[in-house]
Design a protein around this ligand. Structure first.
Ligand SMILES: C[S@@+](CC[C@H](N)C(=O)[O-])C[C@H]1O[C@@H](n2cnc3c(N)ncnc32)[C@H](O)[C@@H]1O
Length: 248
């Protein structure tokens, strides 16, 4: 990958601790490896990157997708999408980026629309695979529910859905209660939890029971087991992830 296709530090650091460009690239590679190993992402697929940020994973797909493959990414943050359009789509026209202009305090304070007015700009049954890395870790419960329902509309029957979370279950709740978890998700908001009640979007953990219910209601079948990361221990920031299939 050439260096001019790495976003500047000012944009990279919005999506994680990526002051160092190599750390950014390596972390994208790790997520891409998970998608290959567990979600069977393949070169001829039509792919949706939900909450794509500044292309951390998209950049790894540039030379992976074949001529038949197509990439679509959306994000709420206009700066990410501007950078991706200007730096990626210009040379790779099969990489499409869309700004979802929903108002959200930290990410898009000047957004034009309320969540309930948002429809993703894609047709039904369009995608073979949808992935959402570290998206639902920045959404409250009702927002996540709305997005998963929309994603179930645009994914093909039997299509694959990867999403990462901090899941609250009996094991992680115990770590949070004892103060031994990597994140202090002690404040509850509806069905979810945050470590920052002033700005919950900074980091959100979802109740596993609630997530399972949403998948069920939206026609997603979870491929068990869920992949748990052990973030309930200090020093493990990795997220849990779920692979699911859209039921026919
Ligand atoms: C931690 S970053 C992860 C970015 C990217 N998925 C990655 O793995 O590098 C979270 C992303 O979610 C986006 N986001 C947060 N809420 C969103 C929403 N309601 N709709 C679309 N994107 C959202 C943010 O703008 C940000 O780019």
């Amino acid at each position: 990958m050439s260096n001019n296709l790495i976003p500047p530090e000012s944009i990279r650091t919005w999506v994680g601790p990526f002051k160092d460009a190599d750390v950014f690239t390596k972390s994208g590679q790790q997520t891409f490896n998970i998608l290959k190993e567990y979600a069977n992402i393949s070169p001829s697929q039509t792919i949706l990157d939900a909450g794509c940020g500044c292309g951390r994973v998209a950049l790894l797909l540039l030379h992976f997708l074949s001529d038949a493959g197509k990439y679509y990414g959306f994000d709420i943050c206009p700066e990410h999408i501007d950078w991706c359009k200007k730096n990626i789509s210009v040379s790779f026209p099969d990489f499409h980026f869309a700004h979802v202009d929903v108002k959200k305090k930290l990410y898009n304070p000047n957004g034009k629309y309320q969540l309930k007015e948002m429809t993703l700009p894609y047709s039904e049954n369009m995608f073979d695979i949808v992935y959402a890395h570290s998206l639902f870790t920045h959404m409250v419960d009702h927002e996540m529910k709305y997005y998963i329902n929309e994603l179930s509309r645009v994914i093909k029957p039997t299509g694959t859905f990867y999403a990462s979370y901090y899941l609250i279950n009996s094991k992680t709740a115990e770590g949070v209660r004892k103060g031994t978890a990597s994140f202090n998700f002690t404040h509850s908001i509806g069905e979810c939890y945050t470590f920052d009640p002033e700005n919950p979007e900074e980091g959100i953990a979802q109740s596993e029971t609630f997530v399972r219910k949403i998948y069920d209601n939206c026609g997603f079948n979870i491929i068990e087991p869920i992949h748990y990361s052990d973030w309930d221990r200090i020093g493990i920031p990795d997220q849990d992830f779920i692979i699911a299939k859209r039921i026919k």
